[in-house]
Every structure is written in structure tokens, then in C-alpha cells.
Design a protein around this ligand. Structure first.
Ligand code: GAR
Length: 221
């Protein structure tokens, strides 16, 4: 009989929250084997999210906390929090999770919840970021990873990656260019946290105990 070796032992446990396609989740799954984090569970607020299939295929536990089944946001937040707590993650990773989270929820996980957002924050918080950047005549766009705080898309930036905006770009073409960067950046940032390099203190992001500038760290550290 071969000896069974659990490759997830001693790795930093994370829970990933999704709402849809889950291409960032897939990037996190693909990078996990060679990283210091392990995905304990994937939780979706939408039962039909394709990311749930990606997780199941990778043998990762999945849960649905369907926001439509709750009378108000607070009740949803409480149910989501207890679903997450069952897995005791060190880090909660929002990957295309499209629900606003209330202050109590966010404060409970303060310093151990991060989000990826498709713009160069503080520009273009919210939705339709690619279309808005094109319409504003921007020459550059990109992606930000940040700690989640009560202010929507407003927590301290951990890292950004830039892409050019070309004259003939449609929102879809630009979104695809940004997503390529997202898929490289997010696993790298999660691994910074997993290896103890990344923290939030006094509403600032710190890498290797140094406060990061407003646009965050260079991605290739
Ligand atoms: C990604 O572009 C992510 O940055 C964005 O949704 C997409 C999800 O794609 N997130 C937000 O807009 C959060 N405000 P995915 O499901 O394929 O990872």
C-alpha cells in the first residue's frame, strides 16, 4: 500500500466566495499545488454559478448561501458568516463575488478578507468598470487587489496591474485583457498572505512590515 501524503497539511486555509464564472477561482485552484495556501471551500450566493463546477471538479467542498432566500442583507450576512466559519479559514478571498457585504460582516473578518476589482482603484469602484474607463477616454486600465473594509471597493490596495486601452477596444476585449492580469495577480497576492508577508494594520496594507503606497506593491515580488 502506498503511503497517503496530505499535501494540504500546514498550508494556509482559505475560503473563496464567488457569484459566477469563477475564472479567478480557477487560477487560484491551478496555482494552489505550488503555493502555501489550500482552498478549504468555495461558497457561492448563486446556485447556478459555474465556479461551483470548477470547485467540485477539483475536489473542493462547495456551499451555496442563496441571497434570494433571505429577508434582508443582515440575515444573509449572518448565514454567510457562519458558513465561512465552519471552515475556519485564515483568509476569505472574494473572487467575482457580486454582493455588497455589511459593516458587521466586514469588521468581523477585518484584515483577513480581500477582493479583486477590475479597475485601477480608487478609479471606477462599482460595476461596468471597463465600459466606464473606455467612455472616459482613459489610456490605461487594470486590476486592483485590496483588503475589504466597510467602504465599497475602498479598502487599502495591496497590488495593481496595468493594461493599455486601445482605440478600438470594446468593454469585452478590454475585460479579457484585464482578466489575464487578474489570473496572475490574485494567486500571487494570496500567497503573500499565506506566507505571512501581508497584513492590514491601521487601515493600511503592509508587505514585509512596510506600509504599501496607495497603488500597492509591484506584482512580481
Ligand atoms: C472579475 O473581473 C473580477 O475582478 C470582477 O468580476 C469578475 C469575475 O470573473 N469583480 C468585481 O467586479 C467585484 N466588484 P470570474 O468569476 O471569472 O473570476
Amino acid at each position: 500500500m502506498g503511503e497517503f501524503i496530505d499535501m494540504t497539511l500546514n498550508k494556509c486555509p482559505i475560503v473563496v466566495l464567488i457569484s459566477g464564472n469563477g475564472s479567478n477561482l480557477q487560477a487560484l485552484i491551478d496555482a494552489s499545488e505550488k503555493s502555501d495556501y489550500t482552498i478549504s471551500a468555495v461558497i457561492s450566493n448563486r446556485p447556478q454559478a459555474y465556479g461551483l463546477e470548477r470547485a467540485a471538479r477539483a475536489g473542493i467542498a462547495t456551499r451555496v448561501v442563496d441571497h434570494t432566500g433571505f429577508g434582508n442583507r443582515d440575515e444573509f450576512d449572518v448565514a454567510l458568516r457562519s458558513a465561512i466559519d465552519e471552515y475556519q479559514p485564515a483568509l476569505v478571498v472574494l473572487a467575482g463575488f457580486m454582493r455588497l457585504l455589511g459593516g458587521d460582516f466586514v469588521n468581523y473578518f477585518a484584515g483577513r478578507i480581500i477582493n479583486i476589482h477590475p479597475s485601477l482603484l480608487p478609479k471606477y469602484p462599482g460595476t461596468h468598470t471597463h465600459q466606464r474607463a473606455i467612455e472616459a477616454g482613459e489610456k490605461e486600465h487594470g486590476v486592483s487587489v485590496h483588503f475589504v473594509t466597510e467602504e465599497m471597493d475602498g479598502g487599502p490596495v495591496i497590488a495593481q496591474q496595468r493594461v493599455p486601452i486601445r482605440a478600438d477596444d470594446t468593454p469585452e476585449v478590454l475585460a479579457a485583457r484585464v482578466l489575464e492580469k487578474e489570473h496572475l495577480l490574485y494567486p500571487a497576492v494570496v500567497n503573500w498572505f499565506a506566507t505571512g508577508r501581508l497584513q492590514m494594520a491601521d487601515n493600511k496594507a503592509l508587505l514585509d512590515n512596510a506600509v504599501l503606497p496607495p497603488h500597492g506593491a509591484e506584482a512580481n515580488q
